[in-house]
Design a protein around this ligand. Structure first.
Ligand code: SAJ
Length: 442
């Protein structure tokens, strides 16, 4: 046969690149939470066939019924994509055998010992390895310590006998989802991606550029893993700094909120952070300890992280001391006093109570014999130790000896609170501009 008729054999990378560029690649997302579901919807809306995989029968059934359980993902979008058979959800990992790309978006919590809990990543990779086939792109998005992708995920996948960078391709890309952010959503948040090899990085770049506005390729998976940890460690440490500044100002009788507001007028070289009752959420209090855990393995002590973690962890105690002193000023002990907490989620205008400092504050007050109630329009009920307590009407603050603003939800009627409460500890400067003896600030 005339050799000019023989088409050059395409490499696995070229075949996959063609599938991605023509949007014929069948996309998979493992883990359909606040990261995975928006990502799945973005790729489906970009024209790919997307299969979401999750352990939860409830979640997959809701999605296949065209419903959404993530605030940032409208049910209409899910319904339209499911209707057009662009998006489907399953609990069956064997679907991976039919896919070309898989994004892993599973949780990476900390254990009680502040060690990384890698169990979700490990079990996802065990399933993927069963169905891994030549020509696949696997991208880990879960926040984790530098080295996870190359040292843990890559060997697990190569147990299949396939070679990374030749038969399959592997990247890390940090998730930067900020739930409820009205301006930045999955599509317009710049997407960092780093591959185990240059070919992996290029395929990761090509993949994300099909659906997202800006892709930032970096030279390795470790760089990409470290980018995320720098971002969130930066935030945690600066919150720790401003909390320590608040403690200093409190000791010197200086209004820290006025100090920060004036410092924020500096048009360069300063970024305001604000003191608060402690550090909540599933990112900022957690992510930096993935970094410090890893550096400890290399004999490097992450002193800033440890110190900031200590300071942030002390804030609930600092707030309870403020409450004790405020009640003391009016001749009342914490013991037997009714204390009404305003806001229990970890930050304003959301319903998430994970790691919320309000839980620590309520626990400490109960331990001191306080009688604790709370109001929160986003959290109808709350488990404190073994007790399940329900939110009460804010007007019940009239019965309390002290009100404490822990989370400054926009929905609160602060004028009514000032009117009805006999004593208020404001940990968020929610009552800024109101000067009354009955208001005590951080
Ligand atoms: N907090 C303070 N003072 C501050 C800022 C935050 O005490 O100046 C407290 C909050 O009350 C909360 C905790 O820190 O308890 C975390 O707040 P956060 O604003 O960092 O909110 P998160 O946990 O939702 O962080 C997410 C992160 N996004 C991702 O990891 C993708 C973070 O990187 C974002 O910067 C942050 O959202 C954001 O800016 O909203």
């Amino acid at each position: 046969m005339n050799s000019s008729l023989l088409l050059p054999v395409q490499t696995a990378s070229e075949v996959l690149a063609n599938k991605i560029a023509s949007k014929r690649a069948r996309v998979g997302v493992v883990g359909l939470g606040y990261v995975g579901l928006p990502l799945a919807v973005e790729f489906a809306e970009a024209g790919f066939d997307v299969t979401g995989i999750d352990l939860s029968e409830a979640k997959t059934a809701q999605l296949n019924a065209g419903e959404s359980y993530i605030g940032d993902v409208p049910a209409e979008s899910v319904g339209a994509l499911v209707g057009r058979r662009r998006l489907r959800a399953t609990t069956d990992f064997s679907a991976i055998a039919t896919l070309d790309t898989v994004n892993i978006c599973v949780p990476t919590p900390l254990r009680k010992t502040k060690d990384p809990d890698m169990s979700y990543i490990v079990s996802a990779c065990e399933e993927i390895a069963k169905y891994l086939h030549p020509g696949m792109l696997i991208i880990l998005e879960s926040t984790t310590y530098p080295g996870t992708t190359d040292e843990l995920v890559l060997p697990m996948l190569e147990k299949s006998g396939l070679k990374c960078g030749e038969d399959f391709f592997l990247c890390f890309s940090p998730e930067r989802v900020d739930p409820g952010n009205p301006r930045y959503q999955t599509k317009n948040i710049p997407k960092v991606v780093g591959g185990a090899t240059a070919a992996c990085t290029e395929l990761g770049r090509l993949f994300y550029s099909q659906a997202l506005e800006r892709v930032v390729p970096v030279s390795s998976t470790q760089v990409a893993e470290m980018v995320k940890l720098l971002e969130n460690t930066f935030r945690m440490i600066n919150i720790g700094l401003v909390n320590e500044i608040a403690i200093m100002c409190d000791g010197m009788g200086i209004n820290v909120w006025e100090v920060i507001e004036a410092a924020a007028t500096k048009p360069f070289g300063f970024m305001p952070f604000y003191p608060g009752p402690g550090l909540g959420g599933h990112c900022i209090p957690i992510d930096p300890f993935y970094l410090s855990w890893k550096t400890k393995q290399a004999g490097i002590e992450a002193r800033f992280i440890e110190l900031a973690g200590y300071i942030n962890g002390q804030m609930p105690h600092f707030v309870v001391e403020k409450i004790q002193n405020a009640l003391n000023e009016v001749g009342k002990p914490v013991k037997g006093s009714k204390i009404h907490i305003f806001g229990v989620s970890y930050k304003r205008d959301i319903e998430d109570v994970r790691e919320s400092p309000a839980l620590d504050i309520m626990h400490l007050l109960k331990r001191h014999g306080g009688i604790v109630a709370y109001s929160d329009p986003h959290v109808p009920e709350l488990k404190i130790e073994e007790d399940l307590i329900r939110a009460v009407d804010p007007v019940r603050v009239r019965e309390a000896q002290c009100a404490v603003i822990v989370t400054d939800h926009s929905a609160f009627d602060y004028a009514a609170l000032v009117e009805n409460a006999s004593l208020i500890v404001d940990t968020r400067n929610a009552l800024r501009g109101i000067t009354l003896n009955k208001i005590v600030r951080l």
